[in-house]
Design a protein around this ligand. Structure first.
Ligand code: DC
Length: 225
């Protein structure tokens, strides 16, 4: 039986990093609910920045132009795990940030160091009050290195492709190819590549259900609180 009571007033910062298809978003949101904490999806911020760049029609290979678009855009994100929402210049873009076009372009935008610096600043402001579960790629390594617990989720390539295809619809082989392409870009970029922080706890979710992963993280958070 799982215990659904929140852990008493969680005031810390949980860092949840790892590639897509590991169950990270679902787990992060549920964990925040269980802890009575806030929730921050940093990937959604990179996606909203990408929507801004695509709308302005700038060349995504032009880091200066992309940065200037992001600098002059207003990205606001809710940290309520029960009402996840993000706006760009006041307009909700929750569906648009998940489109195939945005997903195909987000690695280029998130590889621009000045874009990362802008978004990391915004993330740190949101995190500063504590009591928050933060998911991304560089939370434990760059954004909030003192986060406890600091967890790195993994899963086999097959499991990740199956989960993503289940969420988005589509062919598992095509999804697997897209995951491999984005992993390669996210891991090889010069600025804050996707890596496991040396002091992060690695959790392989290949053979674990979502509930089981959440239970393990609740225990880690309770121990850290
Ligand atoms: O988690 P996601 O798929 O929504 O993330 C979208 C993209 O943003 C992904 O290609 C990696 C990038 N990202 C990043 O570089 N740093 C983060 N902290 C979060 C996401």
């Amino acid at each position: 039986m799982s215990d659904s009571r929140p852990v008493e007033a969680f005031t810390g910062v949980v860092a949840l990093d790892g590639p897509s298809g590991t169950g990270k978003s679902t787990v992060a949101r549920r964990l925040a609910e269980r802890l009575g904490a806030r929730y921050l999806d940093t990937g959604a911020m990179y996606r909203a920045a990408t929507v801004a760049a695509l709308r302005k029609g700038v060349d995504l290979a032009d880091g200066v132009a992309v940065t200037s678009v992001v600098e002059t855009s207003r990205i606001e994100i809710s940290t309520d795990p029960e009402h996840v929402s993000i706006t760009l210049d006041g307009e909700p873009v929750d569906a648009e940030i998940r489109s195939a076009e945005t997903t195909a372009a987000v690695s280029a935008v998130s590889a621009v160091p000045a874009v990362r610096a802008l978004l990391v600043d915004a993330q740190r402001e949101l995190i500063a009050d504590g009591g928050i579960v933060v998911e991304g790629r560089d939370i434990g390594s760059v954004v909030w290195p003192t986060a406890r617990p600091k967890v790195y989720l993994t899963a086999s390539p097959e499991a990740r492709a199956r989960r993503r295809a289940g969420e988005l619809g589509g062919d598992v082989a095509a999804v697997a190819a897209d995951i491999a392409r984005r992993d390669g870009l996210d891991s090889s970029r010069a600025a804050s590549p996707l890596t496991r922080a040396s002091d992060a706890t690695e959790l392989d979710t290949t053979d674990l259900g979502i509930d089981e992963v959440v239970e393990r993280l609740v225990a880690l958070a309770a121990a850290a609180n």
